[in-house]
Design a protein around this ligand. Structure first.
Ligand code: NAD
Length: 368
């Protein structure tokens, strides 16, 4: 077990309670200045490339290892990021990472269906984990992942980059602080044209992806409505749109629209689609409106309220997310719920209900 995972393990097994009983905090004697969180990226596809670029310019992280099923990528990545040969694994020998003190955290950037397996294997190797969105194929799997990480005494984060993105955090503030009064309606939609996709791409394969644009893009829309309202939805109604490209979309949906109802009476309406371009979050409150468009992609974003435009610096989202998570883990603190596994579970619960409603044609209650 590395120092970082052991520290977290000890913390979770009782020291935290002891420290707080003494009126001290674990962080008080765990300075992290000058330290870096050593990250092993699992799955070296498109998004892992963005993450590696972000980590390369980060303050508190390092791409220290890679896990890949493609041997030709090993030397390219090793050279580009200065990765030691002993920190390179494939999917078969990955579990040996347990014996490697150079790796603190495993970042799972694989097709969705592989998130659960690699999160659990990383946890059993006593490594902290960041898992990409969507956290898993369903909410029950998310719970299993959370339990396994707890059992192993490691922390589990979900790669929710927008939780550190200033425009989106402004939407959260405007909504939750009721700056324009109670929000009554959120419209959050994300889509892009996927008609030039390779028909063998895993995004079109139900077994690997778990679904189409709802899994890939819709998760950001359920997130936006949840963080603007600061509430959990109680029911979902949804409908699949007619399929236009039947040659591509015969396993996963091409487009889906849904409505969520919240305890305050607020409603969120969304579409996620692989056949049109949309990237927008809009909120209508009692006394005004606020919106971003673009809102969810990598930026730059554009923000406006009924009182005028607002702007923030454009950040490197991958760098910021990794640095912010690293600071918490290096300090020996617990990850806050909004970035931890529980947040991924809450989204998957909503996604499960949306699919159930679209499949049955009925409104579905979202339980605890
Ligand atoms: P990708 O297809 O570009 O990369 C997937 C990687 O997994 C490849 O390196 C591939 O070789 C590997 N792989 C291993 N087994 C595989 C299998 N059986 N089939 C296909 N590939 C296999 O995908 P991506 O766009 O990098 O997405 C990876 C994950 O990252 C997904 O969960 C996705 O939702 C997430 N993602 C997140 C963001 C974000 O902004 N947070 C953006 C894009 C993707």
């Amino acid at each position: 077990m590395t120092n970082l995972s052991r520290r977290s393990f000890i913390g979770k097994m009782g020291l935290v309670a002891g420290a707080s009983a003494m009126g001290t905090s674990l962080t008080a004697f765990k300075p992290f200045e000058g330290k870096r969180l050593n990250i092993a990226l699992v799955g070296l596809g498109r998004y892992a490339g963005y993450l590696a670029e972000g980590i390369a310019v980060s303050e508190y992280c390092k791409v220290a290892g890679i896990v890949t099923g493609t041997p030709s990528k090993e030397s390219i990545w090793a050279k580009k990021y200065g990765i030691d040969k002993k920190n390179i694994y494939n999917y078969e020998n990955f579990d040996k990472i347990a014996e490697n003190p150079d790796i603190d955290l495993v970042y799972v950037v694989l097709p969705n269906s592989m998130h659960k397996e690699f999160t659990i294997r990383a946890a059993r190797a006593k490594k902290h984990v960041i898992v990409e969105k969507p956290m898993a194929l369903n909410a029950i799997d998310c719970l299993e992942m959370i339990r396994e990480c707890q059992k192993a005494g490691v922390q589990l984060a979900v790669g929710y980059r927008l939780h550190y993105e200033p425009y989106n955090m402004e939407l959260k503030r405007l909504g939750q602080e009721k700056v324009f009064g109670q929000v009554r309606l959120v419209q959050a939609s994300l889509g892009y044209g996927m008609y030039d996709i390779d028909p063998s791409d895993w995004h079109l394969n139900k077994e690997l992806s778990g679904g189409g644009p709802l899994m890939n893009l819709g998760v950001y829309c359920t997130q936006a409505s949840r963080y603007i309202l600061g509430e959990e939805p109680i029911s979902a109604s949804a409908e699949f749109a007619p399929v236009i490209r039947k040659d591509l979309f015969y396993e996963v949906e091409e487009s889906i629209s849904w409505q969520l109802h919240f305890p305050s009476g607020a409603v969120a309406t969304s579409t996620s689609s692989y056949n049109c371009s949309i990237d927008r979050v809009y909120a209508a409150a009692e006394n005004g409106t606020f919106e971003l468009s673009p809102a969810i992609s990598y930026g730059p974003f554009k923000g406006r309220t009924s009182k005028g435009e607002f702007s923030f610096p454009t950040i490197n989202q991958q760098q910021t997310q990794c640095d912010e998570i690293a600071k918490i883990i290096l300090a020996g603190k617990e990850l806050p719920n909004h970035i931890a596994g529980i947040e991924g579970y809450k989204d998957m619960r909503v996604l499960d209900a949306i699919y159930q409603s679209a499949q049955t044609g009925r409104k579905v209650k979202i339980g605890e």
